[in-house]
Each structure stands twice: as structure tokens, then as C-alpha cells.
Write a protein that binds this ligand. Sequence first.
Ligand SMILES: Cc1cc2nc3c(=O)[nH]c(=O)nc-3n(C[C@H](O)[C@H](O)[C@H](O)COP(=O)(O)O)c2cc1C
Length: 111
Amino acid sequence: MQLSCGQEIARDSTFALGMIAEFDERLETCGPWFYKRLFWEAGLIGQVLYLEAEAAGIRSTGIGCFFDDPVHRMLGCYPQTKWQSLYHFTVGGPIDDDRLTTLPPYGPHVT
Ligand SMILES: Cc1cc2nc3c(=O)[nH]c(=O)nc-3n(C[C@H](O)[C@H](O)[C@H](O)COP(=O)(O)O)c2cc1C
């Protein structure tokens, strides 16, 4: 929860995780464009987590708000950038938020 900007969903879940990428070496070998690619791959893993959690009857949420330097300190890789935390996720049982409204994807205005 502390590493995830104080968000309770990171503390109260079944588990939460951080996706750590080999950073410097990838960018040196593949070029700067690989920066975007690393995030793309993290997002792909996140998408699988969304689907697998749903299939298992629970839920998950991507966590884009986290404190990267404290994460790196905890892992012992700060201040180097050999490894970088790119994206986090939390998985657990859902608690519906009554303040949110879900509408059908295709309303009467769609012909
Ligand atoms: C890259 C990314 C980062 C996210 N970070 C957070 C987060 O830090 N905390 C959180 O509660 N939800 C986070 N989410 C989940 C979004 O809040 C969630 O997708 C949104 O609530 C879905 O609402 P919608 O169906 O209206 O798009 C993140 C989602 C993505 C794709």
C-alpha cells in the first residue's frame, strides 16, 4: 500500500505485484524505441492478469501509481537503472463501488 501511493487495493488484495524489467541493457542493445516496447509488454502481461483473474472468478486492477524509487530501494537496485519497475498490479475479490454506474455498451442512440 505504501509503495502504491497509499492505495488500499494494494494492501487488501490477495496479492499485489510489480513488473520489473531489465532496463539499461535492453535499451543499449535495442535502442531507445525499446523503452515504449517495455511498457507495451508490461501492459500485455497486465491484460492477461485482468482476463485470468476474471476467469478465476475474482478481479484485478492495474496500478500505474506507485513510487518507483522506493520500490527500487526495497529491491536493492537503486540508484542504478539496470532494473526498473514499470507497472504494478493487484489481484483479489471485488468490492463494488456504488458510486460508479455501468451502462450498456450500445445504447438506443446507436443504430
Ligand atoms: C496503465 C494503468 C494504470 C492504472 N493505475 C491505477 C491505479 O494506480 N489505481 C487504480 O485504482 N486503478 C488504476 N488503473 C485502473 C483504472 O482505474 C481502471 O482501468 C478504470 O477504473 C476502469 O474504468 P473504465 O471502465 O471507466 O475505463 C490503471 C489502469 C491502467 C490501464
